[in-house]
Write a protein that binds this ligand. Structure first.
Ligand SMILES: Nc1ncnc2c1ncn2[C@@H]1O[C@H](COP(=O)(O)OP(=O)(O)OP(=O)(O)O)[C@@H](O)[C@H]1O
Ligand SMILES: [Mg+2]
Length: 173
């Protein structure tokens, strides 16, 4: 399946990717309405998983605080007519907790599920459409995006096209 590797030189680059991700989800909303969308976010503590989700939610129109779900496990949003569930399974000791908490039902039609620390729920989590792996590279971050489903591949194609366009910010757009 398709992959895309990016260098995110600073926090602004992470925000730009989050905005592109939001535009992509909005563009694919009919498919998400039918099948749902799962985004797995892998990377060490402080890699930028929450920063990316926050930028995505902001671009989708969320005005309130976007808190890390480290303690709550789940922060739910409704943005641009999408249900958006932001999970963080860092505190999971056992993937069994995933089903026990009733999270399985949220992965389905109409819902976007963005999951930090998906490896802590391995086996219980449905196959993600898109996997994002963040790691420190120089002063910024390396970002590897891997499509795992046809919908994920369609999203990756939109993100690639958007990333190659000149940054709009400098033109005052
Ligand atoms: N491209 C970038 N280059 C440098 N710093 C960045 C970049 N993107 C984000 N950051 C910074 O990295 C930190 C990322 O923190 P964040 O809470 O998003 O990490 P996380 O991966 O969610 O960690 P955790 O596993 O603890 O939830 C923030 O301080 C943010 O400003
Ligand atoms: Mg986080």
């Amino acid at each position: 399946m398709a992959t895309l590797e990016l260098h995110l030189a600073d926090e602004r680059a992470t925000e730009r990717l989050g905005t592109l991700l939001a535009q992509t989800l909005f563009g694919e909303r009919a498919a998400i309405e039918a099948a749902g969308f799962t985004l797995a976010l892998t990377g060490d503590l402080g890699a930028g998983k929450t920063a990316l989700v926050r930028a995505c939610l902001r671009a989708l129109g969320e005005r309130g605080p976007v808190k890390s779900p480290t303690f709550s496990l789940l922060e739910p949003y409704v943005v641009s007519s999408l249900n958006f569930y932001h999970f963080d399974f860092y505190r999971f000791a056992d993937p069994e907790e995933f089903s026990a908490a009733g999270f399985r039902e949220l992965f389905g039609p109409g819902n976007v599920c963005a999951v930090e620390w998906p490896e802590r729920a391995r086996g219980a989590l449905p196959t993600p459409d898109l996997e994002v792996t963040l790691s420190v590279e120089d002063r910024g971050r390396r970002c590897l995006l891997e499509a795992r489903t046809p919908l994920g591949a369609a999203c990756l194609q939109r993100i690639r096209a958007g990333w190659l366009e000149p940054a709009a910010g400098s033109a005052g757009a």
